[in-house]
Design a protein around this ligand. Structure first.
Ligand SMILES: [Zn+2]
Length: 265
């Protein structure tokens, strides 16, 4: 067995037996890994307070050849984003981010961009002021978090190679010049009017969705910029909510899974 070390964020944690835990991490060097942590809830020195969400930890783990599960040896805190666990709205966003990461990222598919995407978002959210203040403009926290959500999902779709084709009809390749095409959930791309109306094409009505206003522009902007775009973009909350619903539907359809984190509240 080899003892390996890397930095990572927990995206899944499940209690096992009396004191053990199963944990999935998005790591800096190995992509997503899943570890079995023996006696995790009793071993104070190695694990106590170090297996929380919204925490960057350095982990040491044993890799067993031929096994899908690694064995977590110990964890040490590198960066703790405490504020993410204090505000309920940010915490709900955090549950979405971790659930989507866990579902979309493949084991051992190393992509440093995903690790840094999460790290940048955590760092930025940790500094977000959520308390009301007389000096600041009354921008709702929800609006800001929706922008983070769209930024995160759009970029994750890019990095995992499943970002939809918005520029050409998925059936006939016609250019979506005015961004007026609807979206075919099943095929994961936009579809022109005549292909959508072609009954012989076998499209079920439920698979074709209207794209939210400005969704393509918004998503393209967010995948082409760093996080500072969030503060520069002024978009109404209703539009952001529609975009969030579209992304949820796309992710559910694409992965065949219900996203439970979108069902809270
Ligand atoms: Zn077409």
């Amino acid at each position: 067995m080899k003892l390996l070390s890397t930095n990572g964020f927990i995206v899944y944690a499940k209690k096992m037996n009396e004191a053990d835990m199963l944990l999935s991490y998005i790591t800096e060097d190995y992509g997503k890994i899943t570890c079995f942590a023996n006696n995790a809830r009793k071993s104070k020195k190695r694990f106590l307070g170090k297996l929380e969400p919204a925490m960057l930890t350095n982990i040491k783990f044993y890799e067993k050849p031929g096994m899908t599960l690694d064995i977590l040896y110990e964890a040490d805190i590198v960066e703790d984003y405490k504020n993410l666990r204090k505000d309920i709205n940010i915490y709900l966003f955090l549950t979405k981010l971790t659930e989507i990461s866990r579902i979309l990222c493949q084991e051992r598919d190393n992509n440093k961009n995903i690790f840094y995407l999460i790290r940048n978002i955590f760092k930025s959210l940790d500094k977000l002021e959520t308390a009301p203040s007389a000096e600041r403009m009354p921008v709702s926290v929800n609006t800001v978090l929706l922008k983070y959500e769209i930024y995160f999902i759009s970029n994750l779709l890019k990095f995992t190679g499943i970002y939809p084709n918005f520029s050409n009809c998925i059936d006939c390749s016609e250019s979506n010049l005015r961004n007026s095409f609807d979206f075919n959930l099943k095929k994961g791309g936009v579809i022109c009017k005549s292909c959508a109306e072609d009954k012989n094409n076998g499209h079920a009505y439920s698979e074709i969705k209207k794209l939210p206003v400005n969704f393509i522009n918004l998503s393209n902007l967010m995948t082409g910029s760093d996080l500072s775009i969030i503060n520069k973009l002024a978009v109404k909350e209703e539009i952001l909510t529609d975009c969030s619903i579209f992304l949820r539907d796309f992710l559910s359809f694409h992965t065949g899974k219900r996203l439970r984190s979108f069902e809270t509240i």
